[in-house]
Design a protein around this ligand. Sequence first.
Ligand code: FAD
Ligand code: UDP
Length: 395
Amino acid sequence: MDADLVVVGSGFFGLTVAERIAEQYGRKVLVIDRRSHIGGNAYSEANPETGIEVHKYGAHLFHTSNERVWEYVNRFTAFTSYQHRVYTTHKGEVFQMPINLGTINQFFRSAYGPDEARALIKEQAAELDGKTPENLDEQGVNLIGRPLYEAFIRNYTAKQWQTDPRDLPASIISRLPVRYTYDNRYFNDRFEGLPVDGYTAWIERMADHKNIEVKLGVDFFDESQPISKGNVVGNVPVVYTGPVDKYFDYAEGDLSWRTIDLKEEVLDIGDFQGCSVMNYADADVPFTRIHEFRHFHPERDYTTDKTVIHREYSRFAEHGDEPYYPINTAADREKLLAYRDLAAAEKSVLFGGRLGTYKYLDMHMAIGAAMSMVDNKLAPYFGKGDALVSGGVDA
Ligand code: FAD
Ligand code: UDP
């Protein structure tokens, strides 16, 4: 093998590392992926019946406030002016999500101004009595008061995580803004949009470099082929972006993950729901949300007599399922510490990305973390000939 670096996994983390080392340091990079395509979970393809771009592993919305990441991604794709807005159905009525003054006034059949709404929510959150929220349940009540929490968060969260919200970290819903204005944009970030030619065109441009070779359908743990853990580690530096527990053959136990099942349907109508994402807040609807892909690209000339939807169902991941969201219970955090020690001792292997660090990373975070790994670990090695410092699970 004449590669200077092997990257396991062709998601945004792996491709960013590969592109930077190939371009900036002129080194040869071999990227492998066990799937039949590059791009990891951001991969998308045109639905054969309608031509509508479908995000195969779940809808992906790009947003960031990180200027360095924004400048970098714009080298490979232009972005549309799409702004994400989400609605939620509760007891047969549609509300705006995230919770904002529009949601609050519709829910309470009121016409509160920002200060009145704030005062009401404060009163409805008073049961916490100034206590710092220690779990998702307390955090929810603290942020929006009990009535709104029970209507829009409690059952949705229980469906999505299949875990009592009292056993989930408060941080999960800190991702979701609460606004005392009528601003119903889903994200607060400075830059937002969807890749003009789709995710796959973007990803392919990242990998299209004379110093990058990609091999698909190759599993790093398949010792019957040459680019396996046993054949590569110790001979060539490796950036590994697969699951960290799997790398160590689950020696410290399984880290728990949530997976999703997406049920795809092509419908003989032009528009099913009038928006890209409709959440279902109530316990009696088994799915969490419906994605309708045509609405991600209103600028495209899609067929007007058919539409593609995904119903999203959530459940615990078993071995063999795609691990999507780290659940991160206290027991998981203990195991992760043990895996970090193992990773630090693994010579010339760096662990990165969502699966390799057991962290929920948005795309811009995965790209930013990959750039930091290049700056802090790979640049000194390839640029100055320093020793490679292993580990990286906490990168
Ligand atoms: P991945 O994309 O998971 O790539 C890892 C790659 O490693 C995979 O291709 C896998 O096949 C490969 N691999 C694993 N094990 C092996 C092995 N043994 N041998 C060879 N290859 C292996 N982010 C956003 O910014 N906005 C969103 O709206 C958004 N929505 C999301 C929705 C869902 C359902 C999910 C799951 C994620 C979403 N994300 C979103 C997050 C986004 O997908 C990640 O940030 C991004 O994919 C991280 O890239 P990664 O390279 O770390 O991991
Ligand atoms: N959430 C909720 N109701 C909603 C939307 C979100 O309770 O209508 C909570 C839920 O706990 C979820 C978290 O907010 O896990 C983060 O939501 P986000 O939309 O960011 O989740 P993702 O798109 O990553 O699944």
